[in-house]
Design a protein around this ligand. Structure first.
Ligand code: FAD
Length: 417
């Protein structure tokens, strides 16, 4: 019997993981991407696999914090004022969802997805080999001020409700975790269930694995539309020709709105730009990845390599670099880690990527807009790496008529319609 076929639009981490699980289920898979899959958002990110992030982005206080930062050009949050109806609609929905009731509703499904993904990443590592610098030592939430530390300790208490393991470290203890670099912080919470990978190495290793398995990559090819027949998409239209398959999976990251618009219903998504820079030869490096809670940025070590990154900038779908945003990240890192020997990066070493952010901070997983053969996989905002493996496994379950391991109703792509 002929294998079923699938086209995956978008070769970020969500697309590649979907290709991986669908191939395992016997599908003939083609990945279409308008680039070379060597520098999308899935490459220069911080690489955290974060079961600790059970609070979605849309949460109480986020709007007030955003407003507080608006006038500071080095701040971790920026909105470019513009008359864009899609952005205004998204903003109103984000505002509506930034409350405790929605957080209480969404945090458990999010945690289920994060844990599923975390477990699957161990399996993927066992299959691909130890080739993407995965470390399972946890992630530090580091706090410069006593006030932030007190608040983080409350998050640590709540973490127990989600079955997460934490270690609270005072100033002296956290310094003992990082003996080679002088720190300046009130304390930290170590979330021991977290892990981190080198995302670029993961992407290249996964692409190589898929190529070896016979997955076809149709690169430098832009999807421009779809040919529909009743409730099915018959073919995917591109600037290089038309392609058909039994199943279509859309994982174009921040461009989900643009592509789904062509199928009659624009999913609400905004690109939340982040910045990072990577230092290749740090002699005395830190040992633990960390999120700077009151510095609003992050730091990831891989042996002698170090990446710093962060910010959330809503300025549309572009890769324009605002150097002051990177300056804000660099300043925060220097404040928390005064012993790190790093210089401010030149412009050509500043990387940007667009996080696909939905109005409630949860991703979109599952069937789309009444189409029998169109599925969405993505929209996980700042948790796209952490959620990719689980998302992909759920998609492969749905397409092979198996019940997904977790309840996915919270991720329904049609939930805002
Ligand atoms: C600074 C920063 C740090 C981050 N750190 C973390 C972290 O530590 N942990 C974590 O879990 N997440 C993190 N994230 C978020 C994470 O990187 C993203 O959520 C994730 O990479 C999104 O993956 P994706 O596959 O959905 O989309 P992408 O990686 O954006 O891939 C989408 C692909 O679709 C293609 N595409 C789009 N439109 C079309 C079209 N019309 N035709 C053909 N191809 C198309 C694009 O070319 C692209 O290759 C971070 C993000 C940033 C910016």
């Amino acid at each position: 019997m002929k294998n079923k076929s699938a086209i995956i639009v978008g070769g970020g981490i969500n697309g590649l993981c979907a290709a991986y699980y669908l191939h395992k289920e016997g599908f003939d898979v083609k990945v279409i991407d308008r680039g070379t899959i060597e520098n999308n958002c899935s490459f220069g990110n911080m690489g955290f696999l974060s079961p600790s992030h059970f609070v979605p982005l849309a949460s109480p206080g986020i709007i007030a914090e955003g407003v507080k930062y608006l006038l500071d050009s080095k701040s971790p949050f920026y909105i470019k004022p513009r008359l864009d109806l899609n952005f205004i609609r998204w903003g109103l929905n984000f505002y509506k969802n930034s409350n405790q009731k929605t957080v209480d509703k969404n945090s458990y499904p999010l945690e289920d997805l994060l844990k599923l993904s975390r477990h699957l990443m161990d399996e993927i590592r066992a299959d691909l080999g130890d080739v993407f610098d995965m470390e399972t030592k946890g992630c530090l939430m580091v706090c410069h001020s006593e006030d932030a530390f007190e608040k983080e300790k409350k998050v640590a208490d709540a973490a127990a409700n989600y079955g997460l393991n934490v270690v609270v470290l005072d100033r002296k203890e956290v310094q003992e975790y990082e003996p080679d670099v002088e720190l300046d912080m009130a304390g930290a919470v170590l979330f021991t269930d977290d892990a981190h990978i080198h995302p670029g190495k993961f992407m290249l290793a996964m692409k190589q694995k898929l190529t070896d398995l016979g997955v076809h990559f149709q690169l430098n090819t832009e999807v421009t539309g779809f040919k529909k027949e009743g409730q099915r998409v018959k073919s995917v239209l591109t600037d290089k020709g038309d392609y058909s398959a039994d199943e279509i999976i859309l994982s174009p990251g921040s461009w989900l709105g643009e592509l789904t618009h062509k199928l009659g219903h624009r999913l609400m998504i905004q690109g939340g730009k982040g910045y990072s820079t990577t230092y290749d030869h740090i002699e005395k490096n830190i040992k633990y990845p960390a999120i700077l809670v009151d510095g609003r940025c992050a730091i990831t070590p891989w042996k002698h390599t170090l990446r710093i990154g962060g910010t959330m900038e809503f300025s549309g779908l572009n890769d324009k670099v605002l150097v002051k945003r990177m300056q804000g990240i660099y300043n925060s890192i220097r404040k928390f880690y005064p012993g790190l020997k790093i210089d401010f990066p030149p412009l050509d070493k500043i990387w940007t990527g667009l996080r696909p952010v939905s109005p409630d901070g949860l991703g979109y997983i599952g069937k789309f807009n009444g189409y029998e053969n169109v599925n969405i996989a993505g929209g996980h905002a700042m948790l796209g790496v952490s959620c990719a493996a689980g998302t992909a496994r759920i998609i492969s379950d749905l397409l092979t008529n198996k019940a997904p391991e977790i309840n996915i109703s919270a991720f329904d792509p049609m939930r805002f319609s």
